[in-house]
Design a protein around this ligand. Structure first.
Ligand SMILES: NC(=O)c1ccc[n+]([C@@H]2O[C@H](COP(=O)([O-])OP(=O)(O)OC[C@H]3O[C@@H](n4cnc5c(N)ncnc54)[C@H](O)[C@@H]3O)[C@@H](O)[C@H]2O)c1
Length: 370
């Protein structure tokens, strides 16, 4: 089956996906249509992709009959409604992370995809990093025993002030629905949940505009408790220039440390070390999506997996706003009413009507950075 892929949102990441598919890097897939609402972007695309139909209205693209799979690479709030429109039409859908800004409505959407018999996946590219796959295997093989605690510090998501001004939707509650927890850290929150499970409750401090002139958080600390009594901490920030990426998981029989492109497994006196390998997580997920549609592989990251990290980040916001513990899965309506208030009271610092510059290739800052 030939996969005819359409992409909605041809900005930073959408242009990289477009280039990869157009250049034949996704087996059995062709770039069949592109869509962006920006006039400037459409003009640029017409020059680069002379033989690919370009739309300004994504519904028209979905209805064109040209695509049997779609990638959604627009600002976060739009992901669920665009996914729903594609799924309704029986079109296989791969959404960029996060799966949405809030959890309400996501599970029914995943169920709808099942009913329609289409795949609904999410771009959790860092799941294909070798060391995280090794960690998953070690835990599932019971080598470290029951997990007692985990500590994940990922403070190397440094972003400049210019980054937040590079598109009008960034850095505001109305445009983005959050900061580092909803934009950069979903990858790490996903890996944390994938390896250690989803916490049963969280308490957090999310500092809004701590380092940048933005209304959302650019610094967060989450304390988590799990059903089995385990504890965990998660620290992230976009304001630290020399931050780090360090995950330690301690079990009853051993422990795992991932840091500096190296995984160290300690089981009593025995120590085993694994080294990271170069990888392109985005291409891995795109190829897995295509293989799974051809029924040659299982999805690495079905969209329902995007709910785990979203539950934790939504829970962390609510906890920080209320100054209290939040049980997971959280009360979705309560979260939405708090979010609505943040949107209404937002300062709207971000510039209006500014398009970000596209790069057309995958940036190293989107991969696993040690
Ligand atoms: N997986 C990753 O590593 C990764 C990396 C970067 C971005 N992302 C995600 O991808 C999404 C986009 O991020 P970005 O940095 O590319 O943003 P961007 O601002 O560079 O691009 C977004 C594009 O969407 C277009 N758009 C907005 N509304 C639209 C609509 N209604 N119809 C069609 N097009 C529309 C904009 O004109 C813009 O060109 C975000 O959700 C982000 O979290 C993921």
């Amino acid at each position: 089956m030939e996969l005819r892929i359409g992409i909605i949102g041809i900005g930073n990441i959408g242009s990289a996906h477009a280039g990869a598919i157009y250049n034949g890097q996704v087996k059995g897939a062709v770039l069949s249509a592109l869509c962006d609402i920006s006039e400037k972007r459409v003009r640029e695309l017409e020059k680069t992709y002379k033989d690919v139909p370009i739309y300004k209205d994504y519904i028209k693209m979905l209805d064109s009959g040209l695509v049997n799979a779609v990638i959604i690479a627009t600002p976060h709030y739009l992901h669920p409604e665009m996914a729903e429109a594609a799924i309704e039409r029986g079109i296989n859908t791969l959404t960029e992370k996060p799966v949405g800004v809030y959890t309400k409505g996501i599970l029914p959407l995943c169920k709808k995809a099942e009913e329609k018999g289409v795949l609904f996946a999410i771009m959790l590219n860092q799941r294909t990093n070798k060391l995280f796959s090794v960690a998953k295997e070690i835990i599932e093989d019971g080598k470290i025993g029951k997990i007692l605690s985990s500590h994940y510090e990922v403070t190397n998501w440094y972003r400049t002030e210019e980054y937040y001004q590079s598109a009008n939707w960034r850095g505001s509650w109305r445009g983005e629905g959050g900061g580092v927890l909803i934009n950069q850290a979903p990858h790490n929150l996903d890996l944390w949940c994938w390896l250690c499970g989803v916490p049963k409750r969280v308490k957090s401090v999310c500092r809004e505009g701590a380092y940048h002139n933005i209304e959302v958080e650019d610094d967060a600390i989450i304390y988590a408790e799990y059903e089995n009594g385990a504890k965990g901490t998660f620290i992230t920030s976009t304001g630290i220039e020399n931050g780090k990426n360090r995950l330690e998981i301690i079990g009853e029989k051993g422990k795992i440390l991932l840091e500096g492109g190296r995984l160290t497994l300690s089981e009593g006196e025995a120590i085993t070390t694994y080294l990271d390998e170069e990888y392109n997580g985005h291409l891995n997920i795109l190829n897995n999506f295509a293989s799974a549609i051809r029924k040659e592989a299982e999805l690495i990251s079905p969209a329902v997996c995007g709910l785990d990290s979203l539950r934790v980040s939504n829970g962390a916001y609510l906890s920080s706003w209320k100054g209290d513990w939040v049980d997971l899965p959280l009360n979705e309506d309560e979260f939405l009413s708090y979010l609505q208030r943040k949107i209404e009271n937002g300062k709207q610092i971000c510039l209006e009507g500014k398009d970000s510059d596209t790069c057309g290739t995958y940036l190293s800052r989107w991969g696993t950075s040690w």
